[in-house]
Write a protein that binds this ligand. Sequence first.
Ligand code: C2E
Ligand code: CA
Ligand code: CA
Length: 612
Amino acid sequence: MLGLSLGPGLGYVLLGTLHDAAIRAIIWYISMALVSLWGYRLYRQFDFKRMSHVDLARWYRKITFFYYLMFILWTVIFLLFIPLHASNLHYIAIFTQMGSAVVASSLLFSDRRLYLPIILILMIPLILYFAQISSWYGYVLTVFACVFAWVLTYAASSSNRLLFKTSYQASHDQLTGLYNRNYFIDAMQHTVNALNSNNGYCSLLLIDLDHFKTINDSLGHDVGDVMLKEVARRMGEIVPKNVLIARMGGDEFIVVGGIAASRQRCLADTMEMAEGLRESLKEVYLIGRHHLHISASIGISILHQPKNNANQYIKEADIAMYQVKDKGRDGIVLFGQEISDKVERNLQIERLLHQAIAKNEFYLNFQPQFDPGHNIVGCEVLLRWKNSKLGMVSPLEFIPIAEKTGLIIDIGYWVMQQSFKTLHEWLANGIDLQQLSINVSMRQFFFQTFPNEVDQLSRDYLTPETCCRITFELTESVMAEELDKLVRIMHQLKKQGFSFSIDDFGTGYSSLSYLRKVPLDEIKIDRSFIEEISTSKSDQSMIEMILNLSRVFGLKVVAEGVETQEQEDILLQGGCDLIQGYLLSRPLSREDFELLFRERQQAVPTSKIPDH
Ligand code: C2E
Ligand code: CA
Ligand code: CA
């Protein structure tokens, strides 16, 4: 700072008062040295990775000032030499001045606020000097200097435009004009730095459009592109000026809020912004002839003292966003302790699930299925997992994790092998079950080896006659995907005698054409309808409709989750074929199932037996 006031100040004072060239030169050198030292310090202070936005802006202001000073000092030396009589010094001064102008324009073209003033600082004294010579070559040189100044400005401006264009392209998304992923990662780093230095709070929103792929696939990418542009425009309208929006790719956007002093303030602002975004994105889109609707799933994480772990917060927002998707989309979820615990537990389950087969931790339960006369005609195989650390874990918890990680392929194979083997042994021992239902996940069903595995296992344990006692239960909600492939594999297995049941019927996307196309044998009415059957008129009519529909398509109907006598009565009156539920029996261990089966064979009246 000393240098910056000393430099030009002394230069001008000297010009007016001191005439001794040596002293002037020494003072100039000292000023130059001080300014250079200051420049060196600025250079050392620069650390792109650690500096916040504010630090960077402050540093940039200083460096701009440093350049001004540096070139003003060059002009000062020019002004110092020009009054001298030795004409060779004039030449040196002129060429140094022009040289500095060339250097300035070629080095500082990145910023107009830098190169424009500096070219003027350097060239105006030169032009005035030539003009005051008052002879023809002086005027020629004046014109030449003007042209030279113009050429330098023009060259710097062109380079500046080119640089701006390339850096715009490198930091922006071409389609929407929002920032792109690369820029976001850099900006995020600075936000993290700022939060570490000022102890503030800032939010990160991950926004994913729901079912955008359907629009792209059904109406084409042109329509999809227009929609993304409109989404970007609406987002720009909703968020405040200091908020950064970037497109991460596809239909995923990220928003980084401004820094707030308290968590409460940050949360309030963020929720208001997220709600505004959700509402605005839901409004109708008029694209060509189409009136389109879309919703968004928004996951939020709050950053506070993040050290250097920006990625962790993106992951948190991502997890929160997936919670919205799981809950049915179109919503906002804030990442918090509860979610974090759930993620932790899921990771633990995933880790332990890897060794569950090898450690022999799985076993099967069998839940009887009764005909209207309360004879056991079949059973559903239900998987159980008892882990030494976690205890009993519900399949509702571990099956989705096994599906996500692909472990379901091995687990499903194990269930199938054990079930086939059990049926084989039962049939050999007089337990003449008509049907054994095995739950099959879609991921397992579509895995390329599934038909071969079924084939191999049926050769190991079954005969062509006993294959037809196996029913595979597929879940309706996922059946709609890849319908053609599904139907092909089903037909292939049906040829061997296997049957198919549609599980949780009524909760997915059932349509008549779909029921006609998929070669089903059985429908399992979802428990949620049966729960309300005695109180809800609409659930009653729903069940009536399902029963009528099944008659039209010639399908067997199983009611699952029957817990009360009233429910059973209504279902049987409606013509339901099989009853499964706690009323008649909970899922049983193999031994208990065998016992119950033999008891029933001897026509013992209905009894309720506890779960294992
Ligand atoms: P799901 O196929 O719908 O199985 C029926 C679930 O309802 C079973 O829960 C069963 O214990 C329960 N349940 C039966 N009767 C009643 C009742 O009267 N009241 C009530 N409240 N519940 C009843 P579970 O055994 O916990 O299985 C949950 C889900 O896990 C199953 O739903 C199925 O989707 C999945 N699952 C179970 N075993 C397997 C398997 O081996 N492979 C695959 N892929 N999924 C399985
Ligand atoms: Ca089932
Ligand atoms: Ca079910």
